[in-house]
Write a new protein. Structure first.
Length: 391
């Protein structure tokens, strides 16, 4: 009888692990094997459209000058581009330093915190262009980035293109290594999506969208995920440009990364609730992509927790309660060694904290009205960051 119960528990544990792994393993494999491949179109005589480059910044005094210089170089390399910057009630010298460029950029300085979504909506209302580029204040790129992002939009079926984001400091700490590894997997999945169903929601590092498809995010919702999901819902393709590379630093502190994951997950779930009535009407493959890459990924910590419970219960059934003591001791060793920063343990501990942050964000999204209207730049992401080639 014990063997039968343990066998059922092990099977349930394997199912839970399979559910947790699906967004990163079986989902991209299924797209490769079964999803219809998107045709590639090559069009000549593409006249570069006008582009409004929009950026919001808060306390970015360490990078704002290099950033604006990079934006000016990018606009010059591209041609018909204008630069629009919103400073969201900064408490440092960000606004003061940016004011020196007022003759070359459209600068809006708010004395109070209103949030990124408010800032982006404001900049869009102040600009007039065929396309819009959104970018973050801390990303590094070459001046030809905008040219590369706009080129695929010669295809009328493409409504949005996103850059390829790379974390530049994987060797710094176990946390930055874990973050860099995770994001490398994410970018690989996005590449497969771009070739099939379209990228299912993009990050805000750097992306370009047709103005005609832009639908402003409601206050309190994260703008990049909302705006790009609206493009996919509208039936347009969201592409990824492999050689349009931008870089930024990954968080190096595990607690800071946990807080960041909680915020991002909570923001994303709020967009999910707002758009679900439209999302569930998307065509089959796109809907499958959204559920697999987004919804199931947010539920990954719960699948993993369930698998641990099932396997632990199976061990207790087979070997008795001493097995529970061994499991608890193993978890304690990982946590203590991870907090001490020991090799491998530090990586596992950072991954555990990140998963905890995702779970906390999920619970927060469904149990509170918290929307993270304003944001705080991550200190470890900004510290010791290079500003050479900033865009």
């Amino acid at each position: 009888m014990e063997l039968r119960i343990a066998g059922v528990l092990i099977i349930l544990g394997v199912i839970a692990i399979a559910m947790a792994a699906h967004p990163f393993v079986t989902y991209p494999m299924s797209l490769r094997l079964f999803a219809p491949r998107r045709r590639k179109l090559i069009r000549s005589n593409f006249i570069p459209p006008s582009v409004a480059v929009c950026m919001c910044a808060y306390n970015e005094e360490s990078v704002i000058v290099a950033k604006i210089e990079g934006l000016l170089a990018t606009a010059s390399a591209y041609g018909p581009a204008t630069i629009h910057v919103y400073i969201d009630g900064a408490s440092d010298r960000t606004a003061e330093l940016a004011t020196a460029y007022r003759d070359r950029i459209d600068l809006v300085v708010s004395r109070e915190r209103m949030g990124k979504t408010h800032g982006m909506n404001l900049l869009l209302a102040r600009s007039s262009s065929d396309f819009v580029m959104f970018c973050d204040a801390n990303v590094i790129a070459k001046p030809d980035l905008l040219t590369k992002l706009v080129a695929p939009l010669a295809d009328a079926d493409i409504g949005c293109t996103t850059a390829t984001l790379v974390y530049s400091n994987p060797e710094e700490t176990p946390t930055s290594f874990a973050g860099s590894l995770y994001w490398a997997i994410e970018e690989r999945i996005k590449q497969i999506e771009a070739e099939t169903v379209g990228v299912v929601g993009v990050d805000g590092a750097s992306f370009v969208i047709r103005r005609s498809l832009y639908q402003p995010a409601p206050m309190g919702l994260i703008d990049d995920f909302y705006v790009t999901m609206k493009v996919l819902i509208a039936g347009q393709h969201v592409g990824r440009v492999d050689d349009a590379v931008v870089e930024e630093r990954s968080a190096v502190d595990p607690v800071e990364e946990r807080v960041r994951k909680q915020r991002i997950t909570c923001q994303a779930l709020k967009v999910h609730f707002a758009l679900w009535p439209e999302i569930k009407r998307m065509p089959g493959w796109k809907f499958y992509g959204y559920v697999s890459h987004r919804l199931m990924k947010w539920m990954m910590p719960f699948f993993l927790a369930a698998s641990c419970l099932f396997f632990s219960a199976a061990a207790i059934v087979l070997f008795g309660w001493p097995a529970a003591a061994v499991i608890a001791a193993g978890i304690a060793v990982v946590v203590i060694a991870g907090r001490l920063g020991l090799p491998l343990f530090g990586f596992v501990y950072s991954a555990m904290l990140s998963l905890y942050g995702v779970a906390a964000g999920f619970v927060e999204a469904i149990s509170s009205t918290e929307t993270y209207t304003v944001w705080e730049p991550a200190k470890s992401v900004r510290s010791n960051s290079s500003t050479n080639g900033l865009l």
